[in-house]
Design a protein around this ligand. Structure first.
Ligand SMILES: *Cc1c(COP(=O)(O)O)cnc(C)c1O
Length: 225
């Protein structure tokens, strides 16, 4: 299957209101350009350096999303151009993003990454940590970041009902937090959930953004790096 037909297949499976973020990590520019030439404009990377080098050489109408764990000392490299950071998991990181955004005269959209999987290894805030962050006075003073929603990664399992429960949990949390902290803010509306293996379940549970890599570009070969 070609990249173009893979994209068409996913687009026809998701509603037009759901944004498709093509996760292009590990893939070279010429392959990513095939997706671009098929009309795709939103791409996601999980490493800062890789995203910066691709941004430099690729067309400037691309929306770049950072989906991987972000280290504070690397924020400055993406602050001038990043469209959305999906993986904010601490007030410290958010404060650094705010500072770097201010330096370049921007307001950077961010998602708070919530821990929804059983696995210990996945990053993200617990509900308690989320409450703490949102009620922190320091958070309320940040002017150059905008929290537009949540991101979550479900457990890697074949058990669809298990995955569904985790996505439902995130959606419920989203509704609850929207009422308590963002009820007047229309921009708080994104739920980034669903990858190649589970995006259909994620959409059924209210996802507004799916992050698909291998179902567009094929399996990743990390040995090339
Ligand atoms: C790699 C990655 C994806 C895409 O994974 P696929 O299974 O290839 O669709 C989505 N989200 C994050 C955070 C990733 O790191």
């Amino acid at each position: 299957m070609s990249i173009q037909s893979n994209l068409q297949e996913i687009k026809s499976a998701i509603s037009p209101h759901v944004k498709l973020v093509a996760i292009s990590k590990t893939h070279p520019v010429d392959i990513i350009m095939e997706a671009y030439n098929s009309g795709q404009r939103v791409f996601g990377e999980n490493k800062v350096q890789e995203m910066v080098s691709k941004h430099e050489v690729m067309p400037k109408d691309i929306e770049w999303h950072l989906v991987g764990h972000l280290q504070s000392n690397k924020v400055k490299y993406i602050a001038p151009f990043v469209s959305l950071i999906h993986s904010v998991d601490s007030l410290k990181l958010l404060t650094v993003i705010d500072k770097e955004a201010e330096k370049v005269g921007r307001v950077i959209d961010c998602l708070l990454q919530i821990h929804i999987a059983m696995e210990e290894t996945k990053f993200g805030l617990s509900s308690e940590e989320l409450d703490e962050l949102l009620s922190n006075q320091e958070f309320k003073q940040l002017k150059n970041v905008r929290i537009v929603g949540f991101m979550g990664m479900a457990t890697f399992t074949d058990n669809v009902e298990h995955i569904r429960r985790e996505f439902k949990f995130l959606k419920d949390l989203f509704k609850n937090i929207k009422e308590r902290h963002f009820f007047r803010n229309d921009y708080f509306r994104e739920l980034s959930m669903g990858m190649s293996s589970d995006y259909t379940v994620a959409i059924e549970e209210g996802s507004t953004m799916v992050r698909a890599g291998s179902s567009i570009f094929g399996v990743r070969d990390y040995s090339l790096k």
